[in-house]
Design a protein. Sequence first.
Length: 129
Amino acid sequence: MSKKRAFVSFDYDNDVRYRDLLIGQSKNPISPIEIYDWSLRYAFDSKWKTQCRDRIKRTHVLIQLIGKRTYEADGAVWEVKCAKEENIPVFGVYINKSDKGSIPSSLNGSPIIEWTWDGIADMVNKLAR
């Protein structure tokens, strides 16, 4: 089975280390996903949106890491809305079981799971086209 390309959305100011952990987990040979670090490190403007949309369109699924302040991260909220506009499946992953943040409104109607590698892999296999 070929690996599915995943776009990871997260709060860059607060949760980058969790993105790094997910990328590390995805490098396991039995992982069903392939994650590229397509994080854009500049202002949330029209150029950013254009480049980000192009990157999202090249994936099979978008995974949003949900931390304490993700719901306030304009870029992360926009990425989920963009994926939905492009008909890319979306799901959320809580990065902390005991200290969950609010669910971003853009994730309404999307599956939300706790962080386990099996759970993430199962959700990718279920949603990715």
